[in-house]
Design a protein around this ligand. Structure first.
Ligand code: 5GP
Length: 204
């Protein structure tokens, strides 16, 4: 594997409740505004570290390796699975995505809080290992609005948008797995709700 985060061989322990940092997980269907909300969180809570995922997806225009994602090959990703490098991984819209186990453990042990932007499948796997994880689901106001947003974004083909919408329906069906649900009908309102949730855990 080319990336050092993904190279470490590691077995996945059952539960990691004793970790001292807080683990926040943000999930949302593609186009629900999660990337913007993540950026707002990181700007307003500078002590929270962001877990940069590894993916086999091609970078979109403007995305940078090591900032938005670590872009790796399918072979590297599969090696990572065999080596136990991922705290969780999932195949989303035909691409692999994974969270580095080593990064997550080091951050939490150091006492820092960490933010994960992962899908529902990944969240389920993380909750098993980190039952104290603070899970937040961002809801689009409606599927119609989501469709409009994905088309306005202009980054994906019709086929990819259709796949993302199908996936969105499945994800929304599982929203009750999350401790908190925030509807992003207006960005400013959703942002304030999110900040309140995070603040509540940081001061408890
Ligand atoms: P996108 O390709 O639009 O950046 O992300 C597609 C989906 O993959 C999003 O729902 C995003 O949250 C999810 N995702 C990104 N990184 C990870 C990861 O490391 N693990 C999992 N399970 N999902 C991820």
């Amino acid at each position: 594997m080319s990336h050092p985060e993904a190279r470490l061989k590691k077995k996945q322990p059952e539960s990691k409740q004793s970790s001292s940092g807080r683990l926040f997980i943000l999930s949302a269907p593609s186009g629900a505004g999660k990337t913007t909300l993540c950026q707002e969180i990181l700007k307003s809570f500078p002590a929270i570290r962001y877990s940069i995922s590894h993916t086999t997806r091609m970078p979109r225009l403007g995305e940078k390796d090591g900032v938005d994602y670590y872009f790796i090959t399918e072979e590297e990703f599969i090696n990572g699975i065999q080596e136990g490098s991922w705290a969780e991984w999932a195949k989303v819209h035909d691409n692999y995505y994974g969270t580095s186990s080593r990064f997550l453990d080091n951050i939490l042990i150091s006492g820092s809080d960490v933010l994960l932007d992962i899908d529902v499948q990944g969240t389920i796997k993380i909750i098993k290992q980190y039952p104290d994880a603070i899970t937040i689901f961002i809801m689009p106001p409606s599927l119609e609005k989501l469709n409009q947003r994905l088309r306005l974004r202009g980054t994906d083909s019709d086929e990819v948008i259709e796949k993302r919408l199908q996936n969105a329906k499945k994800e929304i069906d599982r929203k009750n797995l999350y401790r908190h649900i925030v509807v992003n009908d207006r960005l400013e309102k959703a942002k304030q709700e999110l900040f309140q949730i995070i603040h509540q855990y940081q001061t408890s």
